[in-house]
Design a protein around this ligand. Sequence first.
Ligand code: DGY
Length: 437
Amino acid sequence: MPSLLEQASKVLHNNWKEAFTIPCEGLYPFQWNWDSGFIAIGWAHIDMERAKSEIRSLLKGQWKNGFLPHIVFHNESKTYYPGPEVHAAHLSDQSPDVRTSGITQPPVLGFVLEELYRISEDKEDILSFIDSVYDAVYQNHHYFYTNRDPQNEGLVYICHNWEAGTDNTPVWDFIWSTFEVPDYELDRKDTKLIDASHRPTNKEYQYYIHLIELFKQWKYDDAKIAEGSPFLVQDPLFNSMLIKANESLIALGKLLRKNNKVAQLEQWQEQALQAMNSKLFDENLQGYVYYDLRNERKLSHLSSSSFTPLMAGIPSEERAETMIEHLHRGSFSGENDENFLCASFDPSSEFFNSKKYWRGPVWINLNWIIYRGLKRYGYEELSEKIKEHTIHFMETYGFYEYFEPSKELNKTLDKGYGGNNFSWSAALTIDLLTNKL
Ligand code: DGY
């Protein structure tokens, strides 16, 4: 029987397509943005050249204004909807020659570069690679702070649920209820490939497609999107990833003597940290939440995203302590520890659904982010618990896309949920098993 590490490595090798890695055969057959970031961390432990290639391939999809799309369609595939013709990114005068989508995903590349630096045994070689891509990643941050922060607050917005990464979190229900959508003809493939009850509904997809149709009408012009998009949200996960990536770009920029860029990043960072703590923290819930910029209101719900500011060092020590109560004999763990960590949505909420995509199941990349955050704040025991739960899922069921949080229900299951042989589940398992923190 191959070791877990060997099995994880096999998943990455099988999903490798010449210069990049697909997230999952059939279900996600192209290159995805934040998937590639996590995947590069996995590759870095077993084949650094592939980690570099993963990042270079993703950056081939970068737009002239620094924007980095959520999908790069390097290859052909008929197993995914919506494909390149639906996204029609060529409508923007900023788009590149390669086909891409016109929406983005959480910006992880900055801290992925720092992970590669830490993992590599050849610091000179990896630093020269980082030097070759640094400006492109910096331009992506520049894009966010100049185009996605209309009130100049230090927080950037997302304009589509797919930009969040947490595609169908119940938080979006409260956005969908603010506008109507036409009945689009959908050509969904996902529900034919895996159990449809684990995926978003058709009604939700109508909203997803409607937003893309609006952006196409506006030729993906950011000013028009900021003015008209019914979905305009400051998301705690997205902003935490950007802040963590700022921090990494500052550290790497100092090594590379990029003084002007470091000074600009430090300026963005100061404002961003302050804004996260003043605007996105909910005192009643004791956690970071979403802000609906279009309707000027907090969307006060706890999700796994609420804990991601820990990885970026955003909360004070006191705040961190009260936040993690939710993970420790709180609503996420269950009072008697009846749940595996960490459900993607508050298990005590009426909107929680333990099987459905981002409405409850455990996701490995969020576990990895929370694990890193707990380590940063010195919560050794709890971080080890999250790691143990994560490895338990992989060993028991394999490298699925997401998992059932209830320990009781797990006894009745013989697999995870969503796609199998999922790349970031494998990549981050490699990191958890190998990385000495
Ligand atoms: C999907 O198709 O579910 C993806 O998450 C969108 O990027």
